[in-house]
Design a protein around this ligand. Structure first.
Ligand SMILES: Nc1ncnc2c1ncn2[C@@H]1O[C@H](COP(=O)(O)OP(=O)(O)O)[C@@H](O)[C@H]1O
Ligand SMILES: CC(=O)OP(=O)(O)O
Ligand SMILES: [Mg+2]
Length: 396
């Protein structure tokens, strides 16, 4: 008798989901919903991996997350696996502020608090809340668990999470570094430890997806990470600027009369690789570079420069570096990005095995040369499996 947990990762216009058996950790089904609430036809791709194995596609106008989830649940009913056997739903609830770190049983009060925290993660929390509300309506009889992206960073050292602003202002507003992608950084750092057979590692994990962040992990504990109060800080991302001079915000307001909301939008949605190159997707950036597009080349240089800057700083903070790992869409797939980053890390004794780096594989693997001082790895992240494990732990 399988005990499936449904995992939901709701974005503003998308929902990624998986159904995983909590005991065998077998993936039973997975899917993705795209273009929710965009006014254009949405799509649902549902893949069944047990019983009547198959892939199913639906095109439909999806006005909101509830409609989208209802369509997904319809596909479960029609093609399986059996949704009524689900024992719990695990939700990626990005920003827990200083209210939530550990996996939390979702109640009405929890939803209210998440709503209060929404301004801290404007791209993420509202979508997460819509998903939680829709799923609770459609599956009212099972526990729903919120898993926070901030959890792994809740115990950062004070010197790392404190901003150099007035102490009372920071206290009153709860402004501090929270950090994100924690589920992924924790999962990947544990996989690296397993692969290298050592727990006492000084590690840097590069989670390079659409959102991107880097973390420093010392013997399993996070000591630094590049995202901050919000998921806007740090690395150059698909559409987010990452670090900029904070003076730019006031300057844009004074010079162009842009409002706070407009500046937020500019930095979150029209900056990063999109702003620099006109492309959000790293594959399109690479294609443009290969076609001789100099602006795209500069965009990638900025991306790499920022990442190398963080890795160097984190190696110093860690007091050494045993392992450097790459994960998420760009980290797992873009061999050129890994190669260009590592080429600039010779000062730390990093030596890539270019052949191993160029190989395509879905397996976690070492890509450094045998005489490299630092083990370099590619580790596919699995936030969904990590979420199932955390939900299972909470539910006993
Ligand atoms: N083969 C590839 N080469 C380079 N980049 C890739 C490749 N496949 C995916 N990506 C990048 O991965 C990004 C998505 O990463 P992902 O971790 O799925 O992001 P998110 O979870 O934030 O949606 C895409 O924007 C794309 O740039
Ligand atoms: C927090 C965050 O940036 O998440 P994502 O990469 O899914 O946008
Ligand atoms: Mg992701």
């Amino acid at each position: 008798m399988s005990k499936p947990i449904l995992v939901l990762n709701c974005g503003s216009s998308s929902i990624k989901y998986q159904m995983i058996d909590v005991e065998s950790e077998e993936l039973l089904a997975k899917g993705i919903v795209q273009r929710i609430a965009t006014g254009t036809t949405g799509t649902v791709d549902h893949e069944v991996l047990v019983g009547e194995i198959g892939e199913h596609h639906v095109d439909q106008l999806l006005d909101d997350h509830e409609t989208a989830l209802a369509t997904v649940f319809g596909l479960f009913d029609e093609h399986g696996p059996d949704l009524t056997s689900t024992i719990a739903v695990a939700h990626r609830a990005v920003h827990g502020g200083d209210k939530f770190a550990d996996p939390t049983l979702v109640t009405d009060e929890v939803v209210d608090t998440l709503r209060e925290l929404s301004p801290l993660a404007p791209l993420h929390n509202p979508a997460g809340i819509s998903g939680i509300e829709a799923a609770r309506k459609l599956l009212p009889d099972v526990p729903h668990v919120g898993i926070f992206d901030t959890a792994f960073f809740a115990r950062l050292p004070a010197e790392a999470y404190t901003y150099a602003i007035d102490v009372d202002l920071a206290k009153r507003t709860r402004i501090r570094k929270y950090g994100f992608h924690g589920t992924s950084h924790q999962f990947v750092s544990q996989e690296v430890a397993k692969l290298l057979g050592r727990d006492d590692l000084k590690q840097i994990v590069c989670h390079l997806g659409n959102g991107a962040s880097v973390s420093a992990v010392d013997s399993g504990h996070a000591i630094e990470t590049s995202m901050g109060l919000t998921p806007l800080a740090g690395l150059v991302m698909g559409t987010r600027s990452g670090d900029i001079d904070p003076g730019i915000v006031g300057y844009l307001n004074r010079e162009l009369g842009l409002s706070c909301a407009e500046i937020d939008d500019e930095l979150n949605k029209r900056s990063g690789m999109l702003g620099l190159t006109g492309h959000t997707d790293m594959r399109d950036v690479e294609t443009a570079i290969n076609a001789g597009d100099e602006q795209a080349r500069l965009g990638l240089d900025v991306y790499i420069h920022r990442l190398v800057f963080y890795i160097g700083g984190y190696a110093a903070l860690l007091g050494g570096l045993d392992a450097l790992s790459f994960t998420a869409g760009v980290g797992e797939n873009a061999a050129t990005v890994r190669s260009e980053v590592c080429a600039r890390l010779g000062v730390f004794g990093v030596k890539l095995d270019e052949e191993a780096n160029a190989q395509r594989s879905k397996q976690a693997r070492i890509i450094s040369a045998p005489d490299s001082s630092v083990a370099v790895l590619v580790v596919p992240t699995n936030e969904e499996l990590a979420m199932v494990r955390q939900a299972a732990e909470l539910l006993g």
